[in-house]
Ligand binder design. Structure first.
Ligand code: ZN
Length: 156
């Protein structure tokens, strides 16, 4: 029964990734961005630029543009859904959580870690180590953007 549920969950996550890859949310340029960063994953050829408008210690808006594989685009789209409206501190915390979880530094929800909500869909890439950098690219760009106004983040 649990195996069946796991399979249903995996299928749901797969659909969520494909949906965000085909119809990315928050896609485009943000003309009045206060912070930007570029992310490059040479292993896969993923490239993106992330724009943040930060107002009063809060992420007022986020956009991204670029091109990459389905996982990198879906991850950036989900990132936008997650951090828009958050304080800088909470956005930074998501960077720590996602990169920790995808690289296996912190516990999965199955082992008692935090529930990631729909970002749990990204956790599936742990089974494919070469794709982890695709999934974390946008989050590294977020981290870079939060700390400086022009920075190139690389997964290398
Ligand atoms: Zn990729």
């Amino acid at each position: 029964m649990y195996a069946h549920n796991d399979e249903q969950l995996r299928e749901l996550y797969r659909e969520l990734i494909l949906d965000h890859a085909r119809n990315p949310r928050h896609f485009g340029k943000l003309a009045d961005a206060t912070h930007t960063a570029e992310g490059i994953n040479p292993l896969c050829g993923d490239k993106l630029k992330l724009y943040l408008r930060i107002v009063d210690d809060q992420v007022d808006d986020m956009r991204f543009e670029g091109s990459g594989c389905a996982i990198s685009v879906a991850s950036a789209s989900l990132l936008g859904d997650t951090i828009t409206g958050l304080t800088l501190r909470d956005a930074e915390r998501w960077f720590e959580t996602i990169t920790g979880r995808l690289t296996g530094r912190s516990q999965s929800s199955a082992d008692g870690g935090d529930d990631l909500g729909k970002l749990g869909a990204l956790e599936g890439v742990k089974e494919f180590p070469s794709r982890v950098k695709c999934a974390t690219l946008a989050w590294h760009a977020l981290h870079a953007a939060l700390h400086t106004q022009t920075e190139t983040a690389s997964t290398e």
